[in-house]
Design a protein around this ligand. Structure first.
Ligand SMILES: Nc1ncnc2c1ncn2[C@@H]1O[C@H](COP(=O)(O)OP(=O)(O)O)[C@@H](O)[C@H]1O
Ligand SMILES: [Mg+2]
Length: 294
């Protein structure tokens, strides 16, 4: 099922529990129709990973995820030979068959361990492929990926070429900890996700905590906005706003009083120095804590 318009995609993502901004809906639509990979960049916690999950739900496709990390190599990303099984086969083998036959056998598909990239390419049903936090890998890995993303095929020396049977929708995410290569960017559509506008974030928070009274949700977004204006090591993201909303709901808070703020601000601010700054700058703006009732 290919989406027929940008509005289609926007509505579909909403139904899948994700509120897309205008450019998110547009780029997702183009990705699904043009078959181009999308590079999604932005700070942590603004909905990059969730976009891929929501797209999979909306398009009714399986999500295949490759979580990147430093030192990730082809064996963990593409495929690996199942040495243990090969060894067993050799030990159990009828040796009369000869080495050539045995070799053909143990380098066949049955002895291959598929890793996410291979799984995505070889899948008989089209999938959504999420290559998460690509900025954590090195440039060599990026180069290997380029080949895959332009040709949608993998060459296994002992087996030959594995061509994609179906075309995956590919999302790469980056937290922007390093500049990605121009070559990679050239092959991708680009989506920059940032902290959303207040109204948009309010809607997202309410989607995740519909039971939280709207007045509190509004107040929460307002305060998160104030906190983001400070020069912090790590400003709160949507993820923190949602966590805070859930905590307030659980605590049964009926207002974000200065007291409540002081007790719960470590949910949205997670660095020692940031906590001091926030207590000082925002805490003061909210007013002094009410004296405890005797
Ligand atoms: N547009 C959105 N609609 C619904 N939920 C969102 C949206 N953006 C972010 N979220 C929520 O915020 C949290 C963090 O999102 P995530 O995708 O993990 O961030 P990132 O991958 O950018 O670090 C998740 O719980 C996600 O559901
Ligand atoms: Mg993520």
């Amino acid at each position: 099922m290919a989406p027929s318009s940008v509005d289609d995609v926007a509505a579909g993502l909403r139904d899948a529990g994700y509120l897309p901004g205008d450019s998110t809906a547009l780029v997702s639509f183009l990705a699904a129709r043009l078959g181009k990979p999308v590079l999604v960049e932005g700070p942590a916690g603004v909905g990059k990973t969730e976009l891929a999950k929501a797209l999979a739900r909306y398009l009714d496709r399986r999500l295949v995820r490759l979580q990147c990390y430093e030192g990730l190599d082809e064996a963990k990303a593409l495929y690996e030979w199942n040495y243990r099984k090969q060894l067993l086969r050799i030990q159990a083998g009828e040796h009369d068959a000869g080495w050539d036959t045995l070799q053909d056998d143990i380098f066949g598909e049955a002895f291959l361990l598929e890793r996410p990239l291979m799984t995505a390419i070889a899948s008989p049903d089209p999938v959504v492929l999420l290559i998460d936090e690509i900025d954590k890998t090195d440039q060599e890995f990026e180069a290997m990926l380029l080949e895959l993303l332009s040709d949608f095929q993998i060459t296994i020396p002992e087996l030959g070429r594995v061509e994609a049977r179906t075309h995956p929708v590919v999302l790469l995410t980056s937290n922007n900890t390093r500049e990605l290569t121009e070559a990679l960017k050239r092959r991708c559509l680009y989506l920059w996700l940032d902290y959303p506008e207040a109204e948009q974030e309010l809607e997202i928070v309410r989607l995740h905590t519909p039971e939280l009274p709207e007045t509190i949700a509004r107040r929460l977004i307002e305060i998160v906005g104030m906190v983001r204006e400070l020069d912090l090591k790590k400003p709160p993201s949507i993820a923190e706003s949602i966590d805070w909303a859930r905590a307030l709901l659980l605590l049964g808070a009926d207002d974000i009083s200065p007291e409540v703020f002081r007790q719960t601000m470590s949910i949205i601010v997670k660095h020692r120095t940031d906590l001091d700054t926030v207590a000082e700058r925002v805490g003061v703006r909210l007013g002094p804590a009410a004296p405890r009732a005797a």
